[in-house]
Design a binder for this molecule. Structure first.
Ligand SMILES: Cc1cc2nc3c(=O)[nH]c(=O)nc-3n(C[C@H](O)[C@H](O)[C@H](O)COP(=O)(O)O)c2cc1C
Length: 393
């Protein structure tokens, strides 16, 4: 068994074990990938204040996200095609999250269906919903989530159209993968992955195939999003979705205080400050820089969550210190899943937990709920000082 000490170890193993098409799908941002890179590198501009001779025994990372108990404030983010990274990937990731005591979010674009994940887990998970044109499909998706006892819905609002990732187009990304001489040659070198995939029937978009009308090629992500996603989405429509789901609602993909206020007004219980891991608007600010002004605008009225760029427990701690009540990891757990299935997701969570716990202690805290901005040194102009501040909404 390889010694895993950091998330990067898992990424390296993942890269060796999973076909290039699916590795590239994860490890890409849109266009020049500036936002993808800066999402992580901007964490380096924030420094911790080291404190000493403070009692650090008996520490706790226990917390709550949308009123639900979590063993640490780190959820698994919704990630499409997870079941292509590892056979039955969504079920395995959900099981790892359940055992660890953190929320699992299932993507609309998952391979295992809502029903399948529910049948193979025992705790409720969160259902992520994309905003599609087809009202019947949307209502059924919420109803299916309700029947599966999902304990929250996440509406992702930053993907009315799909940001271009060059490698996905060049690789002809699809689920199941299209067999070209190049993709077959590459897959032949991933024996464990190939055997695993042959051992399962779950190789199509499980929430879509057989549920969505008028989709001519459901295997192609780009064709499907172009056909089905609602480019005319507005806040009135989001209000309609709010009516379709009476449980806790999280709105994901907020990067501007004005949009945060709008999410509050449609009755969301939480928002996720997120730029989709740098996969949508390239050239947008890193999410960690966008976080604090949003917390200042709405943080006393709505729970503010954060994702995009987290690769360590230190990153989680910084986001919490800037006011996030909870965080999500995307790639950091996909690396683990692709590297070693359910065990790999557990390893990712363990790495993050240990880093979070020890860094919190070295900043002089014993309880994650008591961590605040005081543990950080934030450079002037980290989140503001732009030539032009946005007008108030
Ligand atoms: C491979 C991949 C697929 C994703 N699919 C979805 C999705 O289906 N729905 C969604 O809301 N977000 C999706 N996201 C965005 C994640 O939920 C999350 O915002 C992002 O991964 C956070 O950035 P990080 O990967 O740097 O942690 C995806 C991200 C990745 C990397």
């Amino acid at each position: 068994m390889p010694v895993i000490t950091e998330i990067e170890d898992l990424r390296r193993i993942y890269r060796r074990r999973v076909p290039k098409m699916f590795y590239d799908y994860t490890e890409s941002g849109s266009w020049s990938e500036q936002t993808f890179r800066e999402n992580s590198s901007d964490f380096d501009d924030l420094y911790f204040r080291q404190r000493v001779a403070v009692d650090m025994a008996d520490r706790s990372l226990n917390s709550q996200m949308i009123g639900q108990d979590v063993s640490m404030p780190v959820a698994l983010a919704p990630v499409g095609l997870t079941g292509m990274q590892h056979w039955d990937g969504e079920i395995k990731a959900a099981k790892a999250a359940e055992k660890f005591g953190v929320p699992y979010s299932l993507s609309t674009m998952s391979i295992c269906s809502i029903e399948d994940v529910a049948a193979n887990t025992s705790k409720p998970f969160w259902m992520q919903v994309y905003t599609l044109k087809d009202d019947d499909f949307m209502q059924r998706l919420f109803d299916r989530a309700k029947e599966a006892k999902c304990s929250a819905a996440i509406i992702t609002v930053d993907l009315q159209l799909l940001g271009q990732r060059h490698r996905d187009l060049k690789n002809g990304l699809s689920a199941p993968p299209k067999l070209t001489p190049k993709s077959v040659a590459n897959m032949m070198t991933k024996v464990q992955w190939g055997m695993g995939m042959l051992s399962t029937k779950r190789r199509f978009f499980g929430n879509i195939v057989g549920h969505a009308k008028g989709v001519s090629d459901p295997s192609s992500l780009s064709t499907w999003t172009a056909q089905a996603f609602d480019q005319s989405l507005d806040w009135d429509r989001i209000r309609e979705f709010r009516k379709m789901w009476d449980g806790p609602l999280i709105i994901k993909g907020i990067m501007d205080p004005r949009d945060a206020r709008k999410a509050l007004n449609v009755g969301a219980d939480a928002i996720v400050v997120s730029n989709h891991g740098g996969r949508q608007l390239d050239g947008a600010l890193s999410a960690i820089r966008a976080l604090e002004p949003i917390v200042e605008a709405v943080g006393d009225k709505i729970e503010v969550h954060f994702d995009s760029g987290i690769r360590s427990g230190q990153d989680v701690l910084k986001a919490l210190a800037l006011g996030a009540k909870g965080t999500y990891i995307g790639r950091a757990y996909v690396y683990g899943l692709g590297a070693m299935g359910q065990e790999g997701v557990t390893r990712s969570l363990q790495v993050i937990e240990k880093e979070l716990d020890m860094s919190m202690a070295l900043c002089g805290h014993r309880d994650i709920k008591g961590v605040d901005r005081d543990i950080l040194m934030v450079p002037k102009g980290f989140s503001d000082g732009w030539d032009q501040e946005p007008p108030a909404a």
